[in-house]
Design a protein. Sequence first.
Lengths: 271, 434
Amino acid sequence: MTSTTSTSTAFEKARAEDRAALIGYLPAGYPSVEGSIEAFATMVEAGCDAIEIGLPYSDPVMDGPTIQAAAQAALDGGVRTADVLRVVEAVAAMGVPTLVMTYWNPIERYGVERWATDLAAAGGAGLITPDITPDHGSEWIAAADAHDLDKVFLVAPSSTDERIAMTAAASRGFVYAAAVMGVTGARDATSDLAGPLVGRVRACGDVPVAVGIGVSNGDQAADVAAYADGVIVGSAFVRCLLDHAGDRAAGLAALRELTTDLAEGVRRARA
Amino acid sequence: MSEGLSVPIGPMRYEADERGYFGETWGGRFMPEALVAALDELTEAWHDAMADEAFVADFEQVLRDYAGTPSRLYHAERLSETVGARVLLKREDLNHTGAHKIRNVLGQALLTRRMGKTRVIAETGAGQHGVASATAAAWFDLDCTVYMGAVDTRRQALNVARMQLLGATVVPVESGSATLKDAINEALRDWVASVDHTAYLFGTAAGPHPFPSMVRDFCRGIGDEARAQCLEQYGVLPDAVAACVGGGSNAIGLFTAFLEDEGVEIHGFEPGGDGVHTGRHAATIHAGEPGVLHGARTYVLQDEDGQTVESHSISAGLDYPGVGPQHSLLSAAGRATYTPVTDAQAMEAMALLSRTEGIIPAIESAHAVAGAVELARRLGEEKGPDATIIVNLSGRGDKDMGTAIEWFGLGDAERGPEADLEQIEERVEMEAPQ
């Protein structure tokens, strides 16, 4: 049994340093199971405060072309749900809060209760569920509560105040605020929708709010870190690996460089 | 789901609850939060519209004057003689654009206009829903983008051209398996980013609430008309109704009127591809497992890890690894029976109907004809030649001539078709009751 580092640890540490937490995403199994563990290790060493491990899925409706490509390559490479748990165990052992981000069907297929048991045993801190909202997620909520796992639900600029309140109340760990109306992927400019959205979540309680979708460099991270508790980066990390496919060392070097840039970004925001 | 809610009896038995669950298990709304506001808006607009006599009157008028409904209920006499029971064809193939799909898009386009949105998007497999959407968009003066798997744009080039001529933009989708399910994924990705001014004209009675119920309601005229026509023309209800099931919009459109007629058997025929035992098929209810796909809990073709498995059917319009959630309920509740029909059986039925009735059906509808022939033979034996079966002839076969040319070896006047086509006719003559 791997010991679990809870998600709140990352936010508490960041808050103590008067900065936002940096949360990094990659899909498990890309470029291989071992390769993804190595990539996560690089991101943790270079300054990610928490890790999101993507469970590759055949029909990822919230993902743009970058994450789709890596997830599809992972599936083509034969990655299984059990492999994702192996990656969770390895990353959790690095002493960093480790969450899984997954579409719902693989969890339902695995068995919700069995998943919660195995995720907790692997040291996973919780689950981010992009296609489950709390009002249709009672089975996961029950299992997460029984196993003391974090439940990270999403809010979007289109969410009503009523739904934001409902989502904030149901979330544990943090609330994932989608910065734009759109799928994952790097954007040239940071969104002007994210700030007001974070404010609306804050009005509902104490749960930390992390902003994702579209953040790809230190300057953008600094912009977001000025008002959010956490900055989530996915596609830009995946891009590092895709751009250096076949050259492991170059991919890891690019990951390290990007992580360093982002980690500086979340630190200079409130300086 | 409310605790302690008993299973409803009577007309609500097969209906979704207000959150979109059929029978407390199937359906629902497993969707990104970003789309929830739009789905709520759509649900409210649809409820308001259906309670508004002016909207209902507009819908009936456009269906009648533009789409050409009610479609005829036609007694296929030669086919009936062949199988020994009365076979009635619901002629949705004669609607404008050549399929039942026009009913759904006209309903949704009217709703789009009512909501004040200016752009529509749609997914399409064979291209029939795409053509219907492009048609409605032209008629209502809406911008239209249609997502179509790249594999399908190649095998249905004629429909791509039709959509383009009608003014729509067709986007080939290369991701995943580059077929219908991926076209739906891409349309959803568009919708997340465009939802403030764009309506998603979903093409079948699947997907997140309210689509399964709303699409059904826009298509249920098929069954309402057929039931009244059968009573009027023959003074009886049918012994059975039959339709093909991919996503299931034509089928639920026919079945809904008969759900409470307990003496009426309800049969859905699924695409059996090369045969269910080969693994190359799209018989979702017959061979799938419960799961969540495109926002609804329903039967899904999936592997041990819940990854969607690529489906196969000779009919692009049925080639989908999910199915509308109400069909999952009707199957689980035992109210309807779903049986696979192979590619070969469907193609044989396509030839059979062409040669006995002078009607070339869509390959989708040919699945229903193939299944209905077997069904009619059984009912004829059990109940005699007055046994009556209504088959939904959901679309016409013009779009499928490329496939028919390959399958039967047609198109070469000097050589003539391959021998199996001749054998079909001989077999029909042989099997006809004397």
